[in-house]
Design a protein around this ligand. Structure first.
Ligand SMILES: [Zn+2]
Length: 114
């Protein structure tokens, strides 16, 4: 066999290693003081409910699977309910969910007549 192990076969595999790298970074971030302080606030970023720090989970605003990074500006503390919902819903449905919570209150909607 003359297989060269150094040839990366498909982009898919590169993707997978990117994913693994981001997951590793997420784990490191989760162990950081920054994250602990974040959780110490005890509030879900999405629904704004008070949640015990130990029940907060790290949620990627842009999921890793969609090219999101494990960076401070892309992770938030979320309650399990929101985290699970976010995983299950399509981005559009998720936006609706946030709207229903009243979390997206800024203008920019289509009905801006006063
Ligand atoms: Zn929540």
């Amino acid at each position: 066999m003359a297989q060269n192990p150094h040839i990366a076969p498909f982009a898919f595999d590169l993707d997978a290693s990117d994913l693994a790298a981001e997951k590793r970074k997420a784990r490191e971030l989760r162990a950081s003081q920054w994250w602990k302080r974040r959780c110490a606030k005890g509030q879900c970023h999405w629904c704004g409910q008070n949640v015990p720090a130990k029940e907060l989970t790290m949620d990627h605003i842009v999921p890793i699977s969609r090219g999101g990074k494990s960076a401070k500006n892309n992770v938030v503390a979320a309650c399990k309910t929101c985290n699970t919902k976010k995983k299950q819903l399509l981005p559009m449905e998720w936006a609706h969910y946030l709207q229903s919570l009243g979390r997206i209150a800024e203008g920019g909607g289509h009905e801006s007549t006063s």
